[in-house]
Write a protein that binds this ligand. Structure first.
Ligand code: NAP
Length: 348
């Protein structure tokens, strides 16, 4: 069964969260997904203790899909909708930031409640595309009002850097978690964010841990990748700026050796390494099918020993860490990280 974490008082989550960006329109660059198989994967994961799901207001169709999943649970399953935690996001469009006010925020939260068929949202992760547009503190305050009104159970943030997370916390917003990219390729949270989160009891919920599936045996010995998903495009950029292709190949070989020692797979070592870092609450792993369910349950069947962790860390320390704070390059105009993002999906 998946390990659990008490993320907030009376609120526990699985330490591997099922990610749903993969199920939104446009994420797959090639094949169309088999949605029946996806629903099967949801049931299989939940039955194995992976009861927490990550979606977003801007991941088209995913909140509705999770609403359907909850309905299926009501109609005959050992689990009930109350056994499931749905983490959504509030991501106002970049073009609308200057107009965001309480009533707009409440409209989007109500839309998420309707889509998910819930009376209260378990966790809302707040995102703000551009710190130079004022309003993020006020908007976080509006989320707190909606929490007090009973529409939101827990408030969280996503893609905030240390400075701006600190501002939100200092303003009295009870942030329980911060969702950011953190993997063997992208170690920006190690600069400052992780320490700050630990000091405030905020859990880091990490995405990119498997880098869209690029941390797997099948890539050993390859000379290039043909991106199949938007995740591949995103994480390939991070490899270019850190390990490079040769370093990536060497890392895969190292992870494979450790995986063989524990009779597991490269993906499980990459996930476990991130889960073993202090301050990390959970890793979010994207779901596209039922193919990886059994393999992902193996994450909790073994422990990395101190030598494994040290060996991986020493290897990574030979390579640069991505420049800046978490999500800083993604916010920098004309950077390649920013150029691949869609920043006006909420009103589409
Ligand atoms: N806040 C944000 O801005 C943000 C950004 C990105 C992602 N996220 C969240 O994080 C989630 C994860 O997204 P991600 O882009 O970081 O992807 P990821 O979790 O790193 O990669 C997911 C892919 O890894 C492969 N995979 C899964 N289990 C595997 C296993 N056991 N062995 C080998 N491969 C395996 C699958 O690919 P195949 O099916 O192709 O094999 C799957 O589609 C998203 O769904 C979303 O919820 C949030």
């Amino acid at each position: 069964m998946a390990e659990r974490l008490e993320l907030a008082k009376d609120y526990s989550i699985s330490r591997v969260i099922n990610g749903c960006w993969q199920l939104s329109e446009g994420h797959s660059l090639q094949a169309k997904l088999d949605m029946q198989d996806v629903m099967k994967a949801f049931h299989m994961l939940a039955e194995r203790g992976f009861t927490t799901f990550d979606c977003a207001d801007i991941y088209t169709g995913t909140e509705e899909l999770l609403g359907e999943f909850l309905t299926e649970l009501k109609e005959g399953s050992t689990l009930s909708p109350h056994d499931i935690q749905i983490h959504t996001k509030y991501v106002p469009d970049i073009n609308l930031l200057s107009e965001v006010d309480y009533s707009y925020t409440e409209k989007i939260i109500d839309r998420s409640l309707n889509r998910q068929k819930r009376d209260v949202l378990d966790l809302v992760q707040f995102h703000w595309w551009d710190y130079s547009v004022p309003g993020y503190l006020e908007t976080a305050g509006d989320l707190l009002k909606l929490k007090e009104k009973g529409k939101i159970r827990n408030i969280a943030v996503t893609n905030f850097d240390t400075k701006h997370l600190r501002e939100i916390v200092d303003a009295g917003i009870p942030v329980v978690s911060c969702q950011n990219q953190y993997s063997v390729f992208d170690r920006r949270p190690e600069k400052e964010l992780l320490d700050y989160c630990i000091s405030k009891g905020i859990s880091l919920l990490c995405y990119g841990t498997l880098s869209g599936g690029l941390l797997a045996e099948k890539w050993i010995g390859q000379t290039t990748i043909q991106p199949e998903t938007r995740s591949h495009v995103k994480y390939f950029q991070v490899i270019e700026d850190t390990l490079g292709w040769d370093g990536y190949q060497e890392l895969l070989v190292l992870l494979e050796a450790i995986a063989k020692k524990h009779s597991v797979k490269v993906s499980q070592i990459a996930t476990k390494y991130i889960l073993s870092q202090q301050g990390v609450g959970a890793s979010i792993i994207g779901v596209r099918n039922s193919r990886h369910v059994e393999s992902n349950t193996q994450i909790f069947s073994f422990e990395l020993d101190r030598t494994d962790i040290e060996e991986i860390k020493q290897f990574l320390d030979n390579y640069p860490i991505v420049e800046g704070e978490p999500f800083e390059l993604e916010r920098t105009v004309d950077s390649k990280y920013r150029n691949i993002m869609k920043m006006n999906l909420n009103e589409e």
